[in-house]
Design a binder for this molecule. Structure first.
Ligand SMILES: [Fe+2]
Ligand SMILES: [Fe+2]
Length: 204
């Protein structure tokens, strides 16, 4: 696929996209002071294509994860931010599966990348359901949350730096444009109806 570039330099595109994600996350808990920090480099951040759109969501998820770690016990901020994280991650994964991975899965060259990403979505959903079923006020909750954070940050970094890069090479620009429309439509529908499942499934 031909890579479209914008006239803005990468560093500028990175900071605009990142600021948007941080502003969205902070609007949910304006009084919480959290250091969200920097995000890993990716050539897709700020691009108008599907991959840029996916990275925009990833940056929002990074901001939400960082903010939740700064919250206390069963505070309203922790509840609100965790609920948003669950709805965001679930709807993002469902839309990403439909828009991108289902197509990538059909190409024998990239099939393994798609399988890997889809399998990790299931693991992450199980971890979120497990967290939702546990006592948010206990210190063990934050320890488990740190495990989820590590797993999810690994997942999105790998997508941005390996699987998206490989998938992009095998997709036509027209396909990627169509995928962006599919992603946006499905994400909106999923987020509007997303529920917080609570199910203990992991060992202590
Ligand atoms: Fe994913
Ligand atoms: Fe993703």
């Amino acid at each position: 696929m031909t890579n479209r570039t914008t006239t803005r330099p990468e560093s500028k595109r990175n900071s605009i996209s990142n600021a948007k994600a941080v502003a969205h996350a902070k609007s949910l808990a304006p009084d919480l002071s959290a250091r969200i920090g920097s995000t890993p480099r990716t050539k897709f951040r700020g691009n108008p294509d599907l991959f840029g759109r996916l990275v925009e969501d990833h940056d929002l998820h990074r901001a939400l994860l960082a903010m939740i770690e700064e919250t206390e016990g069963s505070s309203t901020d922790r509840q609100k931010l965790f609920e948003e994280l669950v709805k965001e991650v679930k709807s993002h994964a469902a839309a990403e599966d439909q828009a991108l991975w289902s197509t990538v899965l059909r190409d024998p060259v990239t099939m393994e990348d798609a399988r890997h990403a889809i399998a990790e979505h299931k693991e992450i959903e199980d971890m979120l359901a497990d967290l939702a079923a546990r006592d948010m006020t206990s210190s063990a909750w934050l320890r488990r949350f740190a495990g989820l954070k590590e797993e999810y940050l690994h997942h999105i970094r790998e997508e941005e730096q390996e699987q998206f890069v490989a998938a992009e090479k095998h997709l036509r620009l027209t396909d990627v444009r169509y995928m962006l429309r599919v992603f946006n439509r499905r994400k909106k529908e999923e987020k509007a109806t997303a529920t917080i499942e609570a199910k203990i499934s992991l060992k202590d």
